[in-house]
Structures are given as structure tokens and as C-alpha cells.
Design a protein around this ligand. Structure first.
Ligand SMILES: *[C@@H]1O[C@H](CO)[C@@H](O)[C@H](O)[C@H]1NC(C)=O
Ligand SMILES: *[C@@H]1O[C@H](CO)[C@@H](O)[C@H](O)[C@H]1NC(C)=O
Ligand SMILES: *[C@@H]1O[C@H](CO)[C@@H](O)[C@H](O)[C@H]1NC(C)=O
Ligand SMILES: *[C@@H]1O[C@H](CO)[C@@H](O)[C@H](O)[C@H]1NC(C)=O
Ligand SMILES: *[C@@H]1O[C@H](CO)[C@@H](O)[C@H](O)[C@H]1NC(C)=O
Length: 508
């Protein structure tokens, strides 16, 4: 794969621009106007930063200190990681809220090590499969780098972990983990079972998992932003897509299935391109090539995610493995037509076919897509409800708070399995928000400033629900297969009818 094909291979979508700076501008202008007005009225205004004035007023009952990124301060201190952030966790509320159901997969992903625990030897053996090792000791984070990773995935992943430590100060336990920030599966079940079961598998964190692999699934880097393709941190992206979706009512959207992406990353994506509209045939599908090289050169005009909610149906198809585009596609309020995925990320195993999305098989997908669109245009209420439910899942269950809570519980459960006391590896380097963000510029710096956690949480994480019973997991897999079969059955009945019609016509 060429560097460029590889570079932008994770999704086919766009980016946002200037939303925040606009908000900030409007805010500033209003502040100046209000200040001028107060001045004119001869009402004394508090001297100093307008931001401090406002935050004092709105946060009356809990004086939460806000510690923004301050690179001047870091430089003045002469040390890379200054101690200016609180390190105690003092929640004001106690939580009895249970985390969403998808958290239950945490137990499943760690199941492999339940009886053996995780030893230092396992970590040693996993090093060759990892890009970096991350160790937390007493709230300090140390990283040892093994390989040069792809783009800034690893940087934003480390950034995310640092934010978790800022949100739940003093609560994240000591731990020692390996992270692989590429796409492909690293730790395969087959290498550790039957006659191959001579050693225990090493635990390696990664952004997605599959039935064949034992990697531990962790939220991907895009939750803190994907600078190379200008996709903002998740909170900002989600609210932009939400606004974008409100611009056009479902009924008024194009009654076709839309996909925009880089087809050159996987065979099955190239195969999907065969379903595009031609002058001979219309599969009800509209596909667009996202050339990221071109988009980058043109300043990402025309690749904004929030401008991609103008079709009633949106296709999700995996890339080389999973695709980070899934959450953006599901968030549009359009019905997602999901081409059977082989990989899952940390939340997608809890998506239910015909409730959150419409399942499409891999083989003969053009026919499946055409049928789904026609069905949806005939049953608009039901298609709309599926689109809504998918978006609701994303908007309500995949909040940034839940992403942090997921990370917290995963790391917490993981740390309980460690059979040794984590210590700083000799070659590891300490990292902190200043050491990661201060040397950055452009979008890298902007996204970090946007996604930084400014003060510790005032409430504890949600409560981790218990593991699924093995039967429940089997039932869920079985149920998914059953619904996919059901859809195929409807389609067969439909195409038989079509064929009958044709036969009739040829008889007349
Ligand atoms: C950043 O730190 C410097 C030096 O300690 C200080 O003078 C400045 O006010 C700080 N800026 C902010 C926004 O806190
Ligand atoms: C053992 O591992 C090898 C290499 O990955 C694999 O080809 C083989 O199928 C495995 N054997 C079993 C019984 O899973
Ligand atoms: C698919 O067809 C549309 C309409 O003809 C065209 O604009 C678009 O470029 C095609 N997409 C791809 C990926 O070839
Ligand atoms: C993408 O755009 C670049 C720059 O415009 C161009 O050189 C390249 O050929 C394009 N790639 C494809 C696959 O169309
Ligand atoms: C949609 O409705 C049309 C007209 O009633 C019908 O001919 C067609 O078979 C329906 N298609 C599906 C997939 O329900």
C-alpha cells in the first residue's frame, strides 16, 4: 500500500472547520459589548480576565479549579512536567448510576487472564507486538517506545490516557500495559490453543478486536481528534454532526444509500464500488471517493462530516480492519446499512440489527443494498426509527464521559490481574500534558487544547455492570445471525416476486 493510500485509509469522511473559533469570537464580541455597556452605565466590572470572572459566577457552589494547558508556565518551571494539577479525587456526588451495557464486554476481553493473571514474563513476550509500553506509577505516566507508529495515533492515545488521569485524579491504579496502535490483529487465539497452548498469550491493547484474536479493545485515538485529516475531538465532532443532521429532515433527504471514503484500502471496499450508479443500472447506492491527499491540499473543503447527513441511508463498510467512521455514520439520524463487519470496537458489539442498523451481507451486497433502500422507502417510519435508534445510541451512550469511564474500568480491571508491582522501566520516559502538547503546533495543538480535561470530575465513574453469562453472549450472536437471515428471507421473497412479474410480462 502506498504511503498516501495508507495514510488516509481509515475513513471516507470529512472534517470540520472553525466552529470553535466562531463560538469563541461570538463570545468575545458579546463580552466586549457587555463590558462597554456596563462601563457606560458606570457599573464597575471586575478587572482581569473575562473568563475568570464568568467561571467564578457560574460555579458558585463548587469552586473547581480549572487548570488549562500552560506552556509558558511549563517552560518557566524548567521542568517538562510541572506539578500544578490537583492530585486528590474529591467527588461531591456519589454515583449509583450503572454504566451502559457495552461495558460488560470489558470482563469478556480480560477473561483470558482471569485464572493465570498477568505476569512480567507475558509483558516481555508481548513487546515485539506493541508500539509502546505505558506504565502508571503513583499517578505518573511513563512510556517506552518500541516502534514508529502510524501517523499520530499513538500520541493521541497517550493524550487520552493522560486526560483520564486528570479526570479521575489519584483513582487510576498503577499498571503496566502494551499498546499496538496499528490495524491488524496481533495476538491470535490459534497460537495459544490446543497443541499451541504452551505459553499464555501476552495482553496487548488495540483499537479493535475480532473472534480470532485476543487483543484487548481500547477506544481509538479519534476521540481526541485525528489531526492528519482534520477530524476534531469527538465531543465537537458529535455536536457538529448533530447540527448537520438537523438541517435536513429525514423525508427530505435523498432516498439513496450514501458512502464516501477511500476505496483503495481493502478488496471489499473496491467490491462495493461495483454497486455505484451507472447509466445501465441503479442499485439505489451513491458512492463517492474521498481522496485525502486532495482534500488535504484543498484545506478539507467538501469533506466535512456534518455535511454528510443528506441521504436517508448511510453505508458502513470496514476498512483494512474496523473503521473509525462507524460512530460518525451512525450519528446522522439516517438508517445505517451495515455491511457485515468482521471486527468490533469497544462499543459496537452492543449494536443490535434492525434496532440500530440494517444488516447487509458481504456477498452480493449490491442486491442487499438495493433491497434495503427500497424497503426503507416503502416503510419510512420504520427506517426512520432504526436511524434514530442508531443515533441515540451514539449520542447518549457514547458520550465522552462514558468513553473515559470505559477506559477507567478497563484499566482498573486490568490492573487487578497484574501479578507484579509496576515500576518505571529503565528506558521509559515520563510524559504529561505539557510534554505532549507544548511541542505541538497547528491542528495537533488545537485538538489537544480542545480535548484537555481542565479539572477533576465532581462525580465518580459509573458502576461497572457484571459480565455477560456465556449463554447470553451465544444468544446475542445467534440472534444477530437470525435477524440477518430474516432480512435475506424478505429479500428472497421479494426477488422471487420480481422474477414472477418478469415471467408474467414475458408470457403476455
Ligand atoms: C501561565 O503561566 C505563567 C507563568 O507561571 C503565568 O504568568 C500565566 O498567567 C499563566 N497563564 C494562564 C492562562 O494561566
Ligand atoms: C498453531 O499455530 C500455528 C501458527 O499460527 C497455526 O497455523 C496452527 O493452526 C495452530 N494450531 C492449532 C491447533 O490451532
Ligand atoms: C458514483 O457515481 C456517481 C454518479 O454517477 C459519481 O458522481 C461518483 O463519482 C461515482 N463514485 C465513484 C467512487 O466512482
Ligand atoms: C488524489 O489526489 C491527488 C492530488 O490531487 C492526485 O495526484 C491523485 O492521483 C489522486 N488519487 C486518486 C486515486 O484519484
Ligand atoms: C415497495 O413498494 C412497491 C409498490 O407498492 C412494491 O412494488 C415493492 O415490491 C416494494 N418493495 C419492497 C422492498 O418492499
Amino acid at each position: 500500500m502506498g504511503e498516501h493510500a495508507k495514510v488516509f485509509h481509515k475513513l471516507g469522511i470529512g472534517r470540520l472547520h472553525g466552529l470553535l473559533s466562531t463560538t469563541a469570537f461570538v463570545f468575545l464580541v458579546s463580552f466586549v459589548l457587555i463590558a462597554a455597556f456596563l462601563n457606560w452605565m458606570q457599573i464597575p466590572i471586575i478587572q482581569g480576565s473575562p473568563l475568570i470572572y464568568i467561571s467564578r459566577n457560574t460555579k458558585k457552589h463548587h469552586e473547581r479549579v480549572e487548570v488549562p494547558l500552560n506552556c509558558t508556565h511549563a517552560a518557566l518551571q524548567g521542568r517538562k512536567c510541572p506539578k500544578n494539577y490537583p492530585n486528590v479525587f474529591e467527588p461531591e456526588e456519589s454515583s449509583t448510576k450503572t454504566c451502559p451495557d457495552y461495558f460488560r464486554w470489558i470482563h469478556h476481553d480480560l477473561q483470558q487472564w482471569k485464572t493465570t493473571g498477568i505476569t512480567e514474563d507475558m509483558i516481555e513476550r508481548g513487546k515485539s507486538s506493541a508500539h509502546f509500553r505505558l506504565v502508571i506509577v503513583g499517578g505518573n505516566v511513563y512510556v517506552e517506545k518500541y516502534k514508529r507508529p502510524f501517523q499520530s495515533r499513538d500520541v493521541f492515545t497517550k493524550w487520552g490516557i493522560l486526560q483520564l488521569l486528570r479526570l479521575y485524579t489519584g483513582k487510576v491504579p498503577d499498571l503496566d500495559l502494551l499498546f499496538f496502535s496499528g490495524d491488524e490483529a496481533k495476538i491470535m487465539k490459534r497460537d495459544y490453543q490446543g497443541p499451541n497452548a504452551t505459553v499464555a498469550p501476552p495482553p496487548v491493547f488495540r483499537y479493535c478486536g475480532s473472534e480470532e484474536a485476543l487483543d484487548i479493545v481500547f477506544p481509538d485515538w479519534t476521540f481526541w481528534g485525528w489531526a492528519e485529516v482534520n477530524i476534531m475531538p469527538w465531543e465537537d465532532t458529535l455536536s457538529a454532526i448533530k447540527k448537520g443532521a438537523e438541517r435536513l429532515k429525514w423525508e427530505d433527504r435523498e432516498p439513496y444509500a450514501f458512502w464516501k471514503g477511500n476505496p483503495y484500502v481493502a478488496e471489499h471496499r473496491l467490491d462495493l464500488m461495483k454497486c455505484n450508479l451507472t447509466d445501465k443500472f441503479d442499485w439505489n447506492v451513491r458512492l463517492f471517493h474521498q481522496n485525502w491527499t486532495k482534500a488535504t491540499q484543498e484545506g478539507f473543503k467538501g469533506s466535512k462530516l456534518e455535511d454528510q447527513c443528506h441521504y436517508r441511508y448511510k453505508i458502513y463498510t470496514e476498512g483494512a480492519t474496523w473503521s473509525v467512521s462507524e460512530k460518525y455514520i451512525l450519528a446522522c439520524d439516517s438508517m445505517t446499512l451495515m455491511i457485515k463487519p468482521e471486527y468490533y470496537d469497544f462499543f459496537s458489539r452492543s449494536l443490535v440489527p434492525l434496532q440500530h442498523y440494517w444488516p447487509i451481507r458481504r456477498k452480493d451486497k449490491c442486491r442487499g443494498l438495493k433491497f434495503a433502500v427500497e424497503w426503507g422507502n416503502n416503510h419510512t417510519q420504520r427506517a426512520q426509527a432504526i436511524g434514530k435508534a442508531g443515533s441515540k445510541f451514539i449520542q447518549e451512550l457514547l458520550t465522552m464521559r462514558n468513553v473515559y469511564d470505559y477506559m477507567y474500568h478497563l484499566l482498573n480491571e486490568y490492573s487487578k490481574l497484574l501479578k507484579f508491582k509496576p515500576t518505571k522501566p529503565p528506558k521509559a520516559r515520563r510524559i504529561c500534558v505539557e510534554s505532549l502538547a507544548c511541542p505541538q503546533k497547528d491542528l495537533w495543538r488545537k485538538f489537544m487544547e480542545q480535548s484537555i480535561v481542565k479539572s477533576p470530575s465532581n462525580k465518580p465513574p459509573c458502576e461497572l455492570p457484571p459480565p455477560y453469562e456465556p449463554q447470553a453472549i451465544q444468544a446475542s450472536v445467534h440472534n444477530k445471525e437470525k435477524m440477518a437471515k430474516q432480512v435475506e428471507k424478505w429479500e428472497t421473497v421479494y426477488s422471487n416476486k420480481q422474477n414472477d412479474k418478469k415471467r408474467w410480462r414475458s408470457l403476455i
